[in-house]
Design a protein around this ligand. Structure first.
Ligand SMILES: [Zn+2]
Length: 460
């Protein structure tokens, strides 16, 4: 049995609150409740007495576990299969099994928290997956989930040209309209276990008017030449206000999807916790938007990683410039890649792009730790994580190299602790319940549930 307090020693530790790298700090972890008991500087690099239970991370770069502020645990890389095909054609069983792998990959990449913004046609299964992780059945990040996103009628749906015969496809959102209707939808999400309310402030909802670009030759007279299906608002200002008001009543944060600045501005005015994406500005609203985001203390999660892959390069480059400008003007940023549209485990691409946009690495690390906690609703989410202080969750990771000197450092995570429990050590997965080595390494005969993983073992 491990002692109540485990000491984690570092020689270089990133403090996202101070935005500084500190020397020779030890963290005392309460192994019973998975929280941090104390953080204190040592005198010099040497440690007089190091116990067998201590964890020695000297020589590495220690920091709080990463928070991905925009993920979809049930989606896998769009280059393998489009989102619409995944939603329509993959069985719930396949999607859940995939999500199990995604959760493990994310944790091993140093992501101890996921802000998961919608199941994409799998109902409220994310709430159940979250609970499976919390019960120790599978390894994975701490999840805050949205269940189904809210969208107005006919907005966020799977495109289908032939509806004859009443073809049914799984719904991609919870459709709702009107001040009362959206209020009821928020209540449904609360009832289904959501930690966060997500709604589509806008959407490329004139989908049937703009056939997919992959089949341009099929159409003799395409819609306005060279025009991309534009994002247009899904809700009125009154409806957005009503969503936020009802979420506030349930003490839940709100995330607003917005492709364009126009709807992002409406969402910010409604008082949402965060706006997601905001790729284009066709009406000249950037300045107004930045001012509103600052005024409302609203977080911007630009999801650069998905835009790099999915948006036209010119549009993506404009967004990179806008993100840098927002940073310069003091807009609160959080790092979330829309992970799922690209592989879970490669989440750090978002931080790499923020650095490429010109944001100092210390501020990027802050956006991926404390910024993530802000996006999760701060104390409303029920936990503190993303920095080291008595009472915060013991989410501790270590990098092999210094991110100030090595631009690939964020991909070299060799140690992961979440809630005081170690999941990766010396670059190897440990304590994995669904370890990929299991087929070759069967459960030993002397294995007993109380000593095993996944039940009410130590620390749980
Ligand atoms: Zn998304």
């Amino acid at each position: 049995m491990s002692p109540a307090i485990i000491l984690v020693h570092s020689s270089l530790l990133f403090d996202p609150k101070k935005l500084e790298f500190l020397r020779d700090v030890t963290i005392a972890v309460n192994s019973r409740d998975g929280s941090i008991e104390d953080v204190y500087p040592r005198r010099g690099d040497s440690i007089p007495e190091i116990s067998d239970h201590d964890i020695d991370l000297r020589g590495k770069v220690v920091m709080p576990g990463f928070v991905d502020s925009h993920t979809h645990i049930f989606l896998h890389d769009y280059s393998e299969r489009t989102g619409a095909e995944q939603m329509r054609d993959e069985s719930p069983v396949e999607r859940v099994v995939r999500a199990t792998n995604h959760a493990r990959a994310a944790l091993l990449a140093g992501y101890t928290t996921y802000r998961d913004l919608g199941t994409e046609s799998l109902g409220s299964a994310d709430a159940n997956l979250r609970d499976c992780i919390n019960r120790g059945l599978i390894p994975g990040p701490r999840m805050f989930v949205a269940t189904e996103a809210l969208a107005s009628s006919g907005s966020y749906e799977i495109r289908r040209e032939n509806r004859a015969g009443g073809l049914l496809v799984p719904r991609a959102s919870d459709p709702c309209d009107g001040v009362d209707g959206v209020r009821a939808a928020v209540r449904r999400r609360v009832g289904d276990g959501a930690n966060i309310i997500k709604f589509y402030a806008d959407s490329r909802r004139k989908l049937m008017q703009f056939p997919p670009s992959k089949q341009p030759d099929d159409i003799l007279f395409p819609p306005p030449a060279n025009r991309r299906n534009p994002a247009v608002p899904c809700f009125s200002q009154e409806e957005m206000d009503s969503i936020v008001r009802e979420a506030n009543a349930a003490e839940l944060p709100v995330a607003a999807h917005a492709g364009e600045t126009k709807a992002a501005l409406m969402a910010a005015r409604a008082g949402v916790t965060s706006v997601e994406h905001v790729l284009e500005d066709t009406c000249g609203h950037w300045d107004e938007l930045f001012a509103a985001l600052k005024r409302q203390r609203c977080v911007w999660v630009p999801t650069l990683a998905v835009m790099e892959r999915e948006a036209p390069n010119e549009t993506f480059q404009a967004q990179m410039l806008a993100v840098k400008r927002a940073y310069d003007e003091g807009v609160r940023l959080a790092a979330g890649g829309d992970t799922g549209a690209f592989a879970h485990g490669h989440n750090v691409r978002e931080m790499e792009l923020m650095v490429e946009a010109g944001i100092p690495v210390e501020r990027v690390l802050e956006a991926c730790t404390v910024g993530g906690w802000d996006a999760c609703g701060r104390d409303r989410c029920g936990f503190r994580f993303g920095w080291f202080e008595k009472g915060t969750r013991a989410d501790i990771i270590a990098l092999e190299t210094d991110p100030r000197a090595d631009r690939h450092a964020l991909r070299k995570v060799s140690f992961v602790m979440k809630d005081g429990r170690v999941w990766k050590q010396n670059g190897e997965a440990v304590n994995m319940i669904c370890n990929t080595e299991w087929p070759q390494d069967p459960v030993p005969e002397e294995w007993k549930p109380e000593e095993g993983y996944g039940f009410l073992g130590e620390g749980y």
